[in-house]
Structure formats: C-alpha cells, structure tokens
Design a protein around this ligand. Sequence first.
Ligand SMILES: [Zn+2]
Length: 117
Amino acid sequence: MTKTQLWCPDTCGCQIEEKFDDATGIITYFSTVSACEVHAPLADTPAHYDTVLAENRGKNFAMTAAMELLPELTEVVSTEDGQVTKFKTGFHPSYTFDAERKLVLRVKVDDAAALAF
Ligand SMILES: [Zn+2]
C-alpha cells in the first residue's frame, strides 16, 4: 500500500508530497505543493525532490560530521526517542547556502561557553 505524506525540509521553504510504499519502505516524489524561490524552476518535476533531498541530506551529514570532529563541543542527552548527540549549551550551529548552493556551516559560541571550553 502506498500513501502520500507532506515533507517540509528544514533547509528551505519548499513543501513536497512524497509517495511512501509500505511494502518496500521506498519514498519517491509525488508532487510539488510549493517551491521556494531557489527551487521554483524545478517545481513539478522529480528533480525538485532530488535536489532538495540532496541538499537536506548534505546538511544533515555535515552537522553529524562536525559533531564527530568536535566531540568536546557535544553532549549526549536523553529524549523521548532515545539518546541524541547535540552541541552543548552555548554552542549554536547554523547553516546557509551560498549563491552556488554550497553549504556553509557555522557554530557560534557564546562568551561563557568559550571561557568554559
Ligand atoms: Zn526549496
């Protein structure tokens, strides 16, 4: 059985409907609900989904890699979903995309966190 679900990535303002196949677990593009300014030229095509998904996965990979490279800046916390690694209080990760849609990852450090480090 397949069903559609709405995906709103945290890397841009696009909203895309995905088709989820229960039997295989495979998720594919279904339709464009809305497209942000950057991705508007790709709206209503599977390339829209592929592009936004690649950017979102790249961001997730970079955030994970940054935490693995800087373990002294992270901590493991318990949540309802289990244990999660996150940046310690006072370290604020953020990301943007440059004009060529290359990911730029930053970690802003509060003064108190920098002194304690
Ligand atoms: Zn977008």
